[in-house]
Design a protein around this ligand. Structure first.
Ligand SMILES: [Cu+2]
Length: 287
């Protein structure tokens, strides 16, 4: 990390752990320094004006105002720098992240469903197929609402609060919600996406470092919002395989839909009303 990047650390940014995160950090870093320079510049100008145009030095008011073009030039430069930041860096980076998803075969695809106040994760299991979900099947022991009659769902792995992914492999998360709007935020991965009832919103990242990272909800979603946390565990490929095996065995011993594989349904799902758990996919990028 360069010494310039210290400003991100100073402002509380956790260390980056994803492949695209460095670019976001560079933009933030530049913006913070640029805003710092603007703050100092405008503050100095303000103090200069207070002294230069004090009443003692200028007893009569001057109704002509500014005659020098310098402030116009300065403001134009600021607008130009901001336009370059936005059009040259921020928008292309955002467009890359929402338009260029890694190929499905290469990536690990996980379904994420938010609820007040926890995160549920569904992995397709050895058959590579996600079991059908329907809101009418949702219960404390089946937080994802997996259809027990769908054979594709028999081997699915369901976890609550904790997601494991292998390091250095792209991960695509498809976000949905059972109740209100949440926001799935991985601060260390520099990625977030809204989880909205009735929408499936994909986001992706590639983790670069193994470890345990925080998952939080970035959208004020109710009284328990502060507790809507989880963990993302980035494993080595071997550890990940071992974890998959362990989860598969756990699901196997339940003898049936893997709904029972979520042992701790701490938070009962909130009112379901008549919102579909898995509506038609709408790959609208969300922010
Ligand atoms: Cu939430």
């Amino acid at each position: 990390m360069s010494s310039l990047a210290l400003i991100n650390e100073f402002l509380g940014q956790p260390p980056n752990a994803s492949s695209h995160g460095y670019q976001i950090d560079h933009i933030l870093e530049f913006c913070h320094w640029f805003m710092g320079a603007l703050f100092l510049g405008w503050s100095a100008f303000f103090i200069f004006v207070l002294i230069r145009f004090r009443k003692g030095r200028q007893p009569a008011a001057d109704y002509h105002g500014v005659r020098s073009p310098i402030s116009t030039h300065l403001e134009f430069s600021v607008v130009l720098i901001e336009a370059v930041l936005l059009l040259g860096f921020a928008i292309p980076l955002w467009a890359k992240q929402v338009n260029q998803f890694p190929p499905g075969k290469e990536a690990l695809v996980v379904h994420v469903v938010g609820q007040q106040f926890s995160w549920n994760f569904q992995l397709p299991g050895p058959d590579g197929q996600f079991g059908r979900r329907d809101i009418s099947f949702v219960s404390n022991s089946n937080p994802m609402g997996l259809d027990p009659n769908d054979p594709a769902g028999k081997d699915d792995i369901i976890t609550q609060g904790e997601l494991h992914v292998p390091v250095n492999r792209p991960v695509i998360l498809e976000l949905a919600s059972k109740d209100v709007i949440h926001d799935f935020f991985l601060p260390h991965m520099r990625i977030a996406g809204d989880a909205i009832p009735g929408s499936l919103i994909p986001i992706w990242f590639t983790p670069l470092k193994t470890g345990t990272y925080e998952v939080i909800c970035g959208q004020l979603c109710g009284l328990g919002h502060y507790s809507m946390k989880g963990s993302l565990v980035v494993d080595t490929p071997e550890d990940y395989q071992a974890w998959l095996k362990e989860r598969a065995e756990l699901a196997g011993t339940q003898g049936g839909p893997p709904a029972g594989a979520a042992p701790k349904a701490e938070n009962p799902p909130a009112k379901q009303e008549n919102k579909p758990a898995q509506p038609a996919a709408s790959p609208t990028p969300g922010g």
